[in-house]
Design a protein around this ligand. Structure first.
Ligand code: NAD
Length: 352
């Protein structure tokens, strides 16, 4: 076995239907008195509910969180923090809202309580990202890791099935890619495998019964495990490819959903132990069979051309991906391999 050093900082997790009512206790536990509640404009009513629950610890609401964490929004939110003299952030929403909290924490150092309402998993990682113009910057910093996460599946019932599937497949991509990412080890592989099991059970249940809680709870558990595995193992080939495609303007979740089977088809033959583990987690003869059966069941996005990707951009994408391919990627990755992978993903052909 390869030598490894596993180290993981994990936030405290409070889980349960109705757990949102714990939010005041969580703020008190970290010794904060004044929380600024963050949300998107569409989830402002939820932020107001949090303010009610926080009682005297509510310092105000900033409800302008936006996709990709624009730097202007971060500055406006930082002004709000200073204006209301907040010493803690409560982020209620998806990865974009958690991302805003992380960007504020990066500069102002405020602790975060995260209340996720999607399956993005950002709440369990120390990875931050923000966008200035067309340029996305990401990094890792201990101070952006939330101090506590409140998982209340009742809050995810309003997430439309399409968005649930997309963010759930994003979490699944964290798990699969963690199997061969730069710091992959037996500990994060165990978390990733359990994450695959939970998501493969939870996501079809959400499609069948969007208002049901059991599927949504499974998906939240899977999202958490996926994020812990991802933060520990680092970005593998799949995330490197999606990051470059995201920079070319492709939508985050759909890109992950489309690209994953192509990376799995490329790496699985060169990583039989990881592939076997993924296959067992899916309960399927092969890893790719398991993933494709789940994707069919969920009617997942199939081709990059359906999501605004022009194949004339493939050479530019290949050039940007090649230098960031992880050195330990199981399969050899050349410009020709990437070119074929992206053409296949653009067209939505069967992965080979
Ligand atoms: P999102 O946060 O952008 O939310 C999408 C939309 O859904 C928003 O309008 C939001 O208001 C709405 N929404 C959220 N929850 C809802 C609910 N329960 N009911 C109804 N509407 C709801 O989407 P996301 O997929 O959660 O996050 C994607 C972002 O997260 C990306 O920018 C990605 O880069 C980032 N991300 C970061 C990490 C990390 O570790 N840093 C991990 C995963 C994703």
């Amino acid at each position: 076995m390869r030598e490894f050093a596993f180290q993981m900082r994990m936030p405290r997790v409070v889980f349960g239907a109705g757990a949102l009512r714990q939010v005041r206790h969580e703020v008190e536990l970290i010794g904060a008195e004044r929380a600024l509640v963050l949300s998107t404009p569409g989830q402002k009513a939820l932020a107001e509910r949090v303010v009610g629950l926080l009682g005297p610890h509510a310092a105000g609401i900033f409800s302008e969180a936006a996709m990709h964490v624009p730097v202007e929004t971060v500055h406006a939110a930082e002004d709000a923090v200073l204006r209301v003299d907040a010493n803690c952030l409560v982020a209620i929403g998806g990865g974009s809202t958690t991302g805003l909290a992380k960007a504020i924490a990066l500069t102002l150092g405020l602790p975060i309580i995260a209340v996720p309402t999607t399956y993005a998993g950002s709440e369990a990682t120390d990875v931050w990202g923000l966008t200035e113009g067309a340029r996305k910057t990401t990094g890792v910093a201990a101070r952006v890791l939330p101090r506590a996460v409140v998982y209340d599946a009742t809050l995810t019932r309003s997430l439309p099935v399409g968005l649930s599937v997309a963010s759930g497949l994003n979490a699944l991509a964290h798990c699969v890619d963690a199997m061969w990412a730069p710091r992959a080890d037996p500990v994060n592989a165990a978390l990733a495998a359990e994450g695959i099991r939970a998501l493969a059970a939870g996501l079809p249940a959400i499609v069948d019964e969007p208002a049901g809680l059991p599927g949504r709870e499974q998906a939240l558990v899977g999202a958490y495990l996926s994020a812990v595995a991802f933060a520990s193992a680092g970005s593998g080939l799949h995330h490197k490819i999606c990051h470059v495609l995201g920079g070319l303007g492709l939508p985050h979740a759909a890109t992950h959903a489309v690209v994953l089977p192509y990376v799995l088809a490329l790496n699985a033959p060169a990583a039989p132990a990881a592939a076997g583990r993924i296959a067992r987690a899916f309960g399927s003869p092969t890893a790719l069979d398991g993933l494709q059966a789940l994707r069919r069941r969920l009617d997942a996005p199939r081709a990059l051309r359906d999501h605004g990707f022009d194949d004339s951009l493939i050479p530019e994408a290949v050039e940007a991906i090649l230098p960031v391919v992880p050195a330990n990627n199981p399969a050899a990755v050349t410009a020709a391999v990437l070119d074929r992978l992206l053409h296949d993903a653009w067209e939505g052909t069967d992965p080979r």
